[in-house]
Ligand binder design. Structure first.
Ligand code: ADP
Ligand code: MG
Length: 267
């Protein structure tokens, strides 16, 4: 794969984000630095309130930082959002109920037809078919299950062929069986359509099975506690969960997460 097909890197340097009034500010992000390589899949995990969503929102350009910088490839976030390089999948699918599945995926392209640096936009029907939604093109969101709606939202994020994909707990509203299916579907799609991904999750197995690296964050102040390499072979499939290497890593991440939460409880 060429550099153009595997996305652009993200350079996050000494990022600071504060909330609250002057004098009573809380540090949602305190000196967060992280480089995501082109085509790399990075998960972000950590206790509730440690700044995971804030980090994604700053990278997406939805929030301004109070310090530090974010670069997408060689551009600022502002430039990158203009050229539609960033695809965001929110926690709730946020589909338009009065539009069909196909229309929902077409919407960002229709509103901004110039799209991503003149790059060919993904054809919505083809995109939806590759997410297993070929039969649902003319359905309305309410006719679909939660898992299918979430897949539409992911397909929509791919519609501009972004080089960076940001996902904030996209499967958290799904039950475990559905969640596992969605996760495997995403893994399979990503393995043949590489993008740089920052993926927020609460699930340790989900973080491991998907990622090249796991960023463990701690709260108060929100910061990176540890970055863990996921040294498991790719492509990965359902059987990845069964290896001893997977289980060792899962035990380790759980231990480190518990330590971070324990520390948080004593603040
Ligand atoms: P996470 O996604 O890891 O659960 P968030 O990034 O949502 O955490 O929040 C980090 C911290 O910043 C939390 O303490 C949260 O209450 C606070 N926070 C987030 N957004 C805002 C906001 N818009 N105004 C004030 N405080 C906020
Ligand atoms: Mg969050």
């Amino acid at each position: 794969m060429t550099a153009d097909t595997i996305g652009e890197g993200v350079q996050i340097s000494h990022l600071v984000k504060k909330f609250g009034l002057p004098g009573q500010e809380m540090l949602a992000l305190d000196d967060v630095s992280l480089n995501v390589a082109p085509g790399e899949f990075v998960s972000v995990i950590g206790p509730s309130g440690c700044g995971k969503s804030t980090l994604l929102k700053v990278v997406a350009g939805l929030l301004d930082a109070d310090g530090g910088s974010v670069q997408i490839g060689t551009d600022s976030v502002r430039v990158a959002t203009k050229r539609k390089s960033i695809g965001l999948v929110p926690q709730a699918p946020a589909l338009l109920p009065w539009r069909t599945v196909r229309e929902n995926v077409k919407l960002p392209v229709r509103i901004n037809p110039r799209g991503n640096r003149g790059r060919v936009l993904r054809e919505p029907d083809e995109l939806l078919r590759s997410f297993g939604l070929g039969h649902a093109l003319d359905k309305y969101p309410k006719q679909l299950s939660g898992g299918m709606q979430q897949r539409v939202a992911i397909a929509r994020a791919f519609a501009f062929d972004p080089s960076i994909l940001l996902m904030d707990e996209p499967f958290s509203a799904l039950d475990e069986i559905n969640r596992d299916q969605q996760r495997m579907g995403l893994l399979e799609f990503w393995q043949s359509n590489r993008k740089s991904v920052m993926f927020v999750t609460h699930s340790v197995p989900e973080a491991i099975v998907l990622s090249d690296r796991i960023v463990l964050m701690a709260a108060r102040p929100g910061r990176i506690a540890e970055i863990i390499d996921v040294d498991l072979p790719r492509p990965r499939h359902e059987d990845a969960y069964a290896s001893d290497a997977f289980r060792d890593l899962e035990a380790y991440v759980r231990l480190r997460l518990a330590a971070v939460m324990e520390e948080d409880a004593h603040v």
